[in-house]
Design a protein around this ligand. Sequence first.
Ligand SMILES: Cc1cc2nc3c(=O)[nH]c(=O)nc-3n(C[C@H](O)[C@H](O)[C@H](O)COP(=O)(O)O)c2cc1C
Length: 168
Amino acid sequence: MLLDCIEKRFSVRKFLNKPIEQKKINILLEAARLAPSASNKQTWHFVVIKDKEKRKQLADICKGQKFVSEAPITIAVCNTNLDYIMTCGQKAPVIDGAIAAEHIVLQAVELGLGSCWIGAFYHDKMAELINLPQDYEIIGLLPIGYPAVEKGNRDLKSIEEVVSCDSF
Ligand SMILES: Cc1cc2nc3c(=O)[nH]c(=O)nc-3n(C[C@H](O)[C@H](O)[C@H](O)COP(=O)(O)O)c2cc1C
């Protein structure tokens, strides 16, 4: 059941020194490609960072988060069409990118991998690292690898706190 993967997922910040098989990387990217997007625009682009020298620079770009450099790959989730605001007032590309990224995150769990969303990174430095075209933005980063830690406990709100019926 998908809920099993959802329950197993946690933010992995320590990785084994073990490469990820290309077959698994391809499955992660396929999971992203299949994601829904507003008006089916699919304006995303996923940059897989494998290069050792580039990976080394990620810790600094991510405000000293060393574990990002230790992951065998990091996927930069990018999107364009940035002025597409939906009727509801929200930026479609940001939401599209986030959904695709979470597809990757959950597929990673099923493949025995772990990842962590990274929002704390300097956009300008990251853009330079991956030669980002001017009309694109990076929505988030996903360092991915084989987990070297087990899931711990975390505080979660109860269903009653976060759900209501018919009226907020
Ligand atoms: C949009 C977003 C940005 C995040 N940025 C970071 C980050 O820069 N560094 C980090 O260590 N964790 C980051 N996280 C992970 C959260 O801290 C984590 O999801 C939260 O504490 C819940 O823990 P869990 O993922 O283990 O369930 C981010 C999560 C999200 C959704």
